[in-house]
Design a protein around this ligand. Structure first.
Ligand code: GDP
Ligand code: MG
Length: 172
């Protein structure tokens, strides 16, 4: 089992942190400063014991955060991210659940809907959220009918990340 998974989301939502959590080691670079991840980084998750030794392999492409470009560098970074999501088998769209929904979120949602690649939503930073706020966000995104599934996770402390990996494996 193997396939390409694109991790897509706005700057600072926790894309690199999630990738690090999945891979269990520091491969991607995380920072509280947006645009640290300029090039896409491929992380390969290999689990040889899965399925009675048949194994599984998930190949991740971390992307720079997509945003409305303000300058040429921003536009180039956007292009890398956009090209990434067009070539993957599955999109993991990640949002920062601790922040309010805004036009930047809508911009990306419009963008990813251009491709019919299956999409999973990860509502990240659960550790910073009140349960009722999570529920509200969950309902809001459910009603959009864009995502095959929605997972609340904490990329930082690993909450629900194992379950997410399991779900991703189902697509490979
Ligand atoms: P990226 O720009 O989307 O790759 O975001 P990063 O992975 O670099 O993370 C941006 C900031 O958010 C860093 O300071 C992370 O430590 C923090 N962060 C990421 N995931 C979580 C999480 O689940 N909970 C909390 N509290 N902080 C997080
Ligand atoms: Mg990053």
């Amino acid at each position: 089992k193997s396939g390409f998974i694109g991790i897509i989301g706005r700057p600072n939502v926790g894309k690199s942190t999630l990738l690090n959590q999945i891979l269990g080691e520091k491969i991607a670079i995380t920072s509280s400063k947006p645009q640290t991840t300029r090039n896409r980084i491929t992380g390969i998750y290999t689990d040889m014991e899965y399925d009675n030794g048949n194994g599984r392999q998930l190949i991740f492409l971390d992307t720079p955060g997509i945003h409305k470009p303000k300058n040429k560098l921003g536009a180039t970074i956007n292009e890398t991210a956009v090209n990434t999501y067009k070539g993957v088998d599955l999109i993991v769209f990640i949002i920062d659940g601790s922040r309010k929904f805004g036009s930047g979120d809508q911009y990306l949602l419009d963008m990813i809907q251009e491709v019919d690649t299956p999409k999973i939503l990860a509502i990240n930073k659960m550790d910073l959220m009140k349960p009722e706020d999570y529920l509200e966000l969950y309902n809001r995104y459910s009603e959009m009918n864009i995502f095959d599934d929605i997972y609340g996770v904490s990329a930082l402390n690993g909450t629900n990340v194992e379950e997410l990996i399991e779900r991703l494996t189902g697509y490979m």
